[in-house]
Design a binder for this molecule. Structure first.
Ligand code: AMP
Length: 451
């Protein structure tokens, strides 16, 4: 194999920093297939970014000529870090006797679980940029990683997912219809914490709207959505056009069972078939390890869990708690369409659910009396036109017989009319879901579902 010029970031802030770096460089130079061509000045500076109290870092960059593939070079670097006394797993921004980062490998881009080249955080780090310039590297010629990658074409999205999976990355899919808000971002952040690569889909799916519903008027804010995805740590945004997802001959749908014809399904009879079809299509395209859905749409979650089981997708469906505004209204892309008076009135949904929850906490166990408690709150708000109020079994939302309940989830949907526009809002709460914690200024996360 011909030699490639590679650049290695060098750092140390524990022990004899310079000695650790020089020893590593001579070991590297002694490895077959590696020549250390030259090294920049080593410069001392305080920790860049946030981390615990620690000593100053000594940093520089080494230029190597190597005939080794990048992963083999990386393995040598990891072994040298351990030999210098580095503790593993290495915590970001914690003190270390030696840090060797593969910054550049020729002009190649590499994007696997263990290695992203060019190093994605290189451009923000003066302690890397200055030595690279000292060595005469023209950074303008280097491919700069873009995150999130925005992809419109389904085949390209599938190829990107395959590429990451071939690089041993675990992938997490977050399907959305866009007009993102902190509720969606909480799903992306959870996926970020659990997966190597996070894929957000933004697609207002025509199959789940029937004639006369708000498909055309559904808010579309792609540019802002991409920013919110970047903020929450997404690696890719898939935003296809309807014809790219369903060509003109498209005719295969995922049928859903009788449970999907109650509650939302009773009001929107083709809705869940449309949801199940698009989610199956997204699963087939991306084949993620995990897929993240909000409990905000509890019935949708139950339909998807059933479909995933029935069709045998080897995907872990992850349930995420409901994110609420400070006054308790569940966040929704449709909330922006509420008239001011309806926005105030809209908290009646969560107030009704909490009233039932309080009654349950005080010992009320009768299904119908719990429903009455919620319904009497709803009746006090004339602006809310009730679509349904139900108390169902946790998880699969099965019907509960009349009489005492042990646990349950109460689900509500109501319409608010703003002139000609009708805004439908959904909410649900477990009867045993008492605790709330602050999420960020202006929003509240319900935590009660978590063990
Ligand atoms: P949508 O864009 O409305 O289709 O929602 C996409 C995903 O985000 C679904 O899994 C929703 O359940 C979830 N989601 C929407 N609003 C919230 C919220 N307020 N809290 C948590 N998840 C939500």
């Amino acid at each position: 194999m011909t030699e490639v010029l590679a650049y290695l970031g060098l750092g140390a802030n524990e022990g004899d920093r310079e000695r650790n770096i020089r020893t590593a460089l001579s070991s590297l130079g002694a490895a077959p297939g590696v020549r250390v061509v030259r090294c920049s000045k080593l410069v001392s500076s305080a920790l860049f970014g946030e981390g615990p109290e620690q000593g100053e870092y000594l940093n520089g960059v080494a230029e190597l000529a190597t005939s080794l593939p990048a992963p083999a070079l990386l393995s040598i670097c990891r072994a040298l870090e351990v030999a210098a006394g580095r503790r593993l797993p290495a915590l970001r921004n914690h003190p270390r006797p030696l840090d060797l980062d593969l910054l550049l490998y020729g002009r190649e881009t590499i994007d696997t679980r263990d290695l992203i080249v060019p190093h994605p955080r290189m451009w923000q780090r003066p302690f890397v940029l200055l030595p690279l310039r000292e060595l005469g590297v023209d950074l303008a010629l280097m491919p700069r990683p873009v995150r999130p990658l925005v992809v419109q074409d389904p085949a390209k999205f599938a190829a990107l997912c395959s590429h990451w999976q071939a690089g041993a990355c675990t992938t997490g899919l977050v399907p959305t219809m866009g007009a993102l808000h902190p509720g969606h971002q909480s799903l992306i952040r959870k996926a970020r914490a659990e997966c190597d690569r996070v894929l957000v889909t933004i697609f207002v799916n025509p199959l789940q709207f029937s004639a006369g519903e708000d498909f055309a008027a559904y808010p579309r804010t792609l540019e802002r959505d991409v920013q919110l995805c970047a903020e929450a740590g997404a690696d890719a945004v898939f935003a296809p056009e309807p014809l790219q997802m369903y060509d003109s001959d498209f005719c295969s749908n995922v049928a859903v069972g009788a449970a999907a014809m109650t509650m939302e399904g009773a009001i929107r009879p083709t809705h869940f078939q449309g949801v199940a079809t698009v989610v199956a299509r997204l699963f087939a395209l991306s084949r993620p390890h995990n897929a993240y859905f909000g409990k905000k749409d509890a019935q949708q979650l139950a339909v998807i869990q059933r479909m995933t089981l029935d069709l045998g997708f080897p995907i872990r469906v992850v349930e995420c708690p409901i994110v609420r505004e400070a006054d308790g209204l569940a966040m929704s892309s449709r909330n922006v369409y509420l008239a001011p008076a309806d926005r105030i009135a809209s908290t009646v949904l969560v107030r009704a659910l909490r009233a039932a929850q309080q009654a349950f906490a005080s010992g009320e166990r009768d299904r119908d009396r719990l429903l009455q408690v919620a319904s009497s709150v709803l009746l006090q708000e004339p602006r809310a036109e009730l679509d349904y109020l139900e108390l169902r079994g946790e998880g699969d939302l099965r019907l509960l017989p009349a009489g005492p309940v042990v646990l349950g989830r109460m689900l509500v949907a109501a319409k608010f009319r703003a002139g000609k526009r009708v805004v439908r809002l959904l909410d649900n709460l477990s009867l045993a879901e008492p605790s709330e914690i602050g999420l960020s200024a202006g929003s509240v996360l319900f935590q009660g579902d978590r063990p």
